[in-house]
Design a protein around this ligand. Sequence first.
Ligand SMILES: [Zn+2]
Length: 487
Amino acid sequence: MITGNALVLRNPVLWVAAQTYGWGRYRKLSSQDSLPHRDMAALQSDKLARLLRHAASSVPYYRDLLAERGVQMNGQAPRELLSQLPLLTKQDVVTNFPDRILAHGKRAAASKHITSTGTTSDRIDIVLDLACQNSRHGLELWCYDVGGSCRLGARRLEIPPDACSRECGVNAHRPVGFMDEVRWAAAQSGRPVREWASVAARRARYKLRQALLNDETLPPFGPDGTRIAPDALQSYVDAISEKQPYLLTGLPTYLHEIARHIQRTGQSVHVPVIRPIGSVSTPRLKRLIGEAFGGDVFETYGSNELGPIAVECSEHRRLHVAMGSYVVEVLRNGEPAAEGELGHIVVTCLDNYSMPLIRYKLGDVGRWHSGPCECGRESQLIECNGRLQDLIVCADGSAVTEEEIMEAFYFDHGLDHFQLVERKRGAFDLMVLPAPGQELDLETLREAAGDLLGNPKRLDVFPVDTIYPEATGKFRFVKSASYEDFA
Ligand SMILES: [Zn+2]
């Protein structure tokens, strides 16, 4: 399936060229960091104009949309043209993939197929050409640099989400070790020889990249939820102390559990840079994690289908958008949101010519913030406040984000963890997991939740033994039945 990788891997010259190009892209992004805002906007506008011309001439989906709407490509500013295109949803991508959304002539071998994160029913296929893959490598390096001055070769340690064990059991039975894993994957397939070569190539490339970048991974927490035994948490602390990473990456929930274990046991751990990934991080969560690890916490924003979009700098004033690679919009009722106003995050990737994603609705909500930042960068500043599907719309029409709900419950009331589920509009179950040795005051919790959610019709509070992750391995704090009311 990953034909491009296999092709590149068979040709070491191409592989080296690919990595070099990623480095060149990183250098370019870094140099653009010092540009005045108007120059960044002009560069972005030029790239957008090129992408729109390409989409209009080479991608049937966009060609037909522009024709149906009678949009003239000439004589209009790129941002005006962009605003005349409808938002692109995951369903639009699924419906039009591959024939109508891939560009003509862009199905050559030197493309990489990836799948977005999410449950099986929610995933979409994305095709990236070589230039876009390398742009992503460059963006990753730029994020490491801006968010914590993490240089190439600095030791990085990651605790990835437990993505597959709940969904399909893959990780639960997969053996450890290069050749054992290859044999196992081959045995799972009906075409052993082909699978052996493909799996071995992918694993070799992954191992080589890990070795080059000094990356290591620790196993995820597993599918049993948030109630992790102290021994298991201690094993993570021991591994972190032994490996002494410069950068530690993991789900906010994982980092939080380990951080609380460190604080409860009075241990001293030092990790200079910590990066929560995969779900929303709140200011209090980042502060707690930073204190426990004795380091600085840097948030990034991005997605599997689009790549790294924005990163927090050392001033910690929201996230800087990579304006040379993306046009980000925040929309409310279809119009640009005012500064500080909550809206839908919509992103156009300027680097993917194989499969242009224009005005792609990521399914997140966020806000713009005014710049410039004290770090000197004049790029746009954004914050993501959580998934749209985790946003509650109250009876009076006001919206409460996942981030606001986490700030209200996650750190007080003697809770270890919680999950708020809106069973139907205005009817909530709040499941709470007490911290060890804590007695919960359920009535106080109910009142606090009621105040936050505009005193809904029904709100029941239940103590539980654990909160389970989703099929993606991530934890959801809120499940909403009312999010579609947020326009
Ligand atoms: Zn900054």
